[in-house]
Design a protein around this ligand. Structure first.
Ligand code: HEC
Ligand code: HEC
Ligand code: HEC
Length: 93
């Protein structure tokens, strides 16, 4: 019984570890895939807030409107860093 609990706990750590250091997230769209360098953003911004208001994980209602607003493009415009042109994010087909 003891061993079983230990194995379960180890499995949890193995899953949670890489999940917190997500390298890249891709958003397939009909005008080309957007590759979001997540880890680079974690490092450049130094915090999760601003993007994750309710804690790490999926972002409720993340969509095109948010992506073209403060979720991606709006921040690039504000900080004058990161792509703001369509093909800077959408890797065209
Ligand atoms: C520049 C914005 C930004 C920053 C900063 C950021 N994230 Fe994210 N993160 C995102 C976006 C966008 C997603 C994808 C959300 C979705 O698909 O609903 C995401 C997804 C995630 C996911 C879920 C991935 C999945 O597929 O289940 C985790 C976990 C996560 N982030 C953790 C963190 C942690 C921890 C930090 C801080 C150290 C952080 N993020 C910083 C934007 C950001
Ligand atoms: C800073 C990055 C960024 C820039 C710049 C950007 N987009 Fe996007 N766009 C995204 C992301 C991310 C999504 C996906 C949102 C989602 O699915 O949740 C998206 C989604 C879309 C969609 C929805 C596609 C579908 O399959 O439903 C269209 C259309 C689109 N963008 C067009 C444009 C056009 C046109 C421009 C230039 C005027 C542009 N985008 C600039 C990041 C960007
Ligand atoms: C809160 C601010 C913020 C948000 C939100 C944000 N970015 Fe960025 N982004 C940055 C900054 C700052 C950089 C420059 C990082 C660097 O050069 O180290 C950047 C750079 C990038 C780059 C270029 C990376 C490179 O290797 O040169 C891409 C692509 C990008 N962002 C896509 C996205 C997408 C897609 C989203 C939304 C899912 C997003 N960003 C959301 C601040 C943001």
């Amino acid at each position: 019984m003891q061993t079983r609990i230990l194995v379960a706990a180890t499995a949890l750590i193995l899953v949670a570890g890489p999940a917190l250091a997500i390298e890249k997230i891709t958003f397939p769209t009909r005008i080309g895939t957007v590759v979001f360098p997540h880890k680079k953003h974690q490092e450049a911004l130094g915090q999760c807030r601003g993007c994750h208001e309710k804690g790490p994980g999926k972002i409720d209602g993340f969509n095109k409107v948010l992506a073209h607003g403060k979720g991606c493009k709006g921040c690039h415009e504000e900080l004058k860093k990161g792509p703001t042109r369509c093909n800077g994010c959408h890797q065209g087909k």
